[in-house]
Design a protein around this ligand. Structure first.
Ligand code: PRP
Ligand code: URA
Length: 211
């Protein structure tokens, strides 16, 4: 489904892989691999408007003009920790991408995000920026991360997540209507602890095998 600045994927491969992520019996090894695969499938679509330029190529038969990706290198900015799990899926598509990091954690009681790290590639204002985080729950982390990127000059920003709650999507759209949002699956709601239901649990803990 596509709605202004939001793409909600309907591809059966993405749906199938999300079902494996949801399963309580899926272990860390498989979980991490599938997060990468979904990031690659979503990233393929999210990067469909990357600028190209025609360059001269010598084929075994003749010279021709053929398109290559143009402009400054892509910037991928995972929201730590869980967003890190999606980075290999995007670098598989764009190996030359630069990678920044934004460290945010949610307070367990207030569910408000707290910043602990921010390091972005140089010339961030000239790059297409892909922010990754598997979970868009209250939306607080995504909103703050993108606010931080804009404060450092970022302009062309895309946000890719795997599962979103309606509350988080509404908050992100209201705060950053210029950002393109890509969602693997819209879930029903948040519970009292601001976890997405049915969701997949704590994405960071499942990717890194903590807890
Ligand atoms: C999780 C998740 C998002 C955030 C989403 O991170 O990876 O960053 O929560 O919730 P929100 O939309 O309500 O802000 P968490 O704070 O648990 O940190 P972690 O990735 O280090 O586990
Ligand atoms: N963060 C997670 O990892 N999972 C949720 O359901 C909500 C926030």
């Amino acid at each position: 489904m596509e709605n202004n600045n939001v793409v909600i994927f309907e591809h059966p491969l993405i749906k199938h892989k999300i079902s494996i992520l949801r399963d309580i019996n899926t272990g860390t090894n498989e979980f991490r691999k599938i997060v990468e695969e979904i990031a690659m499938l979503e990233g393929f679509e999210a990067l469909s408007d990357l600028p190209t330029e025609n360059v001269e190529i010598k084929t075994p038969l003749e010279d021709c003009m053929s398109p290559k990706i143009a402009g400054p290198k892509l910037a991928i900015v995972p929201i730590l920790r869980a967003g890190l799990g999606m980075v290999p899926g995007i670098t598989a598509l764009v190996p030359s991408a630069r990678v920044g990091h934004i460290g945010l954690y949610r307070d367990e009681v207030t569910h408000e995000p707290h910043e602990y790290y921010c390091k972005l590639p140089t010339n961030i204002g000239e790059r297409t920026i892909v922010v990754t985080d598997p979970m868009l729950a209250t939306g607080g982390s995504a909103v703050d991360a993108i606010t931080m990127i804009k404060a450092k000059g970022g302009k062309k920003i895309k946000f890719i997540c795997i599962i979103a709650a309606p509350e988080g999507l509404a908050k992100l759209q209201a705060a950053h209507p210029d950002v393109q949002i890509y969602i693997g699956q819209m879930d029903r709601e948040l519970n009292a602890n601001a976890y997405i239901c049915p969701g997949l649990g704590d994405a960071g803990d499942r990717i890194f095998g903590t807890k």
